[in-house]
Design a protein. Sequence first.
Length: 141
Amino acid sequence: MKTDAQLQKDVMDELKWEPLLSASEVGVSVKNGIVTLSGMVDTYSKKLAAEKAVKRVQGVKAVAEDIQVGVSTGFRKSDAEIAEACLSALKWHTAVQEEKIKLKVEKGGYTAPVNDAIYSECYSLSLRIDRLQFDVAPSIP
């Protein structure tokens, strides 16, 4: 049976092999074979990857997963930056008339008039923006 210290080392080694994660994102503590993961990651897939990696380690009895998903303050974009990115993406959409674009960005989220092409583009834009690590979600006014 592994000691808690050896189990912690094994878990940390396993996490190093996970290409989505960096060592600074996830903390590992072990007590009585129960592994607790902590820290903050910027995507849900990283959170799942950490959990799956721990489950691959022999000797882990249970996983207490306390990883938060969010954008760290260093990567958080201002409302002005979000508005600029949204407008830029909408201008490239051929079905959207530039003069009809009316966006409101507030507290990291945006609203757009419910118009078939604009709302559709805003929704797909929110998915692309998430990948760019913006914390943005469309809402219907």
